[in-house]
Design a protein around this ligand. Structure first.
Ligand code: ZN
Ligand code: FE
Length: 258
């Protein structure tokens, strides 16, 4: 049995905990206090830490967690001392945790950003831990990479099976939907996701995880090959854009302006 739960920290971050009821793998622990409390409440211990990138809201809690638990930390080299490098093609597994993690290098938000695809050993849907690369109905900002790099990273993630559960590091869904509706006002799947996300947030619940199939139907950054979005971005910038990277770059700039 494997469980995946979101622990809210800071303003709008989620730390994802993959656990078996006794011990937990923690993804992007940006703050220690809420995680230590969460573990204590459930009588669990931390078993390992996975990091997607070095920004403080993803690594800020690691030093304090390591003071409580002598556990390994996997991730890019930057940000945390003694990190075990997580490189593309590498597979991570942990005793008693029935999930195998495949490492995907996904440059864009940072140049050394990685994602983890957790495969359920019992055949359930995979879980994608995508840090600040893919958000529900959005994408991470390009702090270090080029639009071409980020678009390639997102396209690779979008090719995962439709039932993949997307576990993003921030609760940005409603803000992202507000922008996406500007670009695709007539997208019925997007309107449905909007209604669902509003209801979840009203109840104080996370809008995540979300399936990759829903993301492919609603996320403008995964839909840059479709005529509707190419047209919308071309009209916004009053220039004829090509599908793919060019449209992605335009939509990213458009969103950054709003
Ligand atoms: Zn970040
Ligand atoms: Fe972040």
């Amino acid at each position: 049995m494997i469980n995946v739960e979101a622990i809210p920290i800071l303003q709008d971050n989620y730390v994802w905990a993959v656990h078996n009821g006794r011990s937990a793998i923690l993804v992007d622990p940006g703050q220690a206090g809420p995680i230590l409390a969460w573990l204590k409440d459930r009588g669990m211990i931390a078993q390992a830490i996975l990091v997607t990138h070095h920004h403080n809201d993803h690594v800020g809690g690691i030093a304090e967690l390591l003071a409580h638990y002598a556990i390994p930390v996997y991730g890019p080299a930057r940000g945390v001392a003694k990190t075990i490098p997580a490189r593309d093609g590498k597979t991570l597994s942990f005793a008693g945790i029935d999930m195998i993690f495949d490492v995907f290098e996904t440059p864009g938000h940072t140049l050394d950003h990685v994602c983890y695809v957790g495969r359920d050993e019992h055949g359930g849907p995979a879980h994608l831990f995508c840090g600040d690369t893919l958000f529900s109905v959005g994408s991470g900002r390009l702090f270090e990479g080029t639009p071409a790099q980020m678009y390639a990273s997102l396209t690779r993630l979008a090719e995962l099976p439709g039932d993949t559960q997307v576990c993003c590091a921030h609760e940005y869904t409603l803000d992202n939907i507000a922008f996406a509706l500007e670009a695709e006002p007539d997208n019925a799947d997007l309107q449905a996701r909007h209604a669902q996300a509003l209801a979840l947030r009203k109840r104080g619940e996370a809008t995540l995880p979300v399936s990759m199939a829903v993301e492919r139907g609603t996320n403008p950054f995964l839909r840059c090959d479709l005529p509707g979005l190419v047209e919308a971005a071309s009209q916004h910038f009053k220039t004829a854009l090509k599908p793919g990277t060019e449209t992605f770059a335009a939509i990213r700039t458009w969103k950054d302006e709003t």
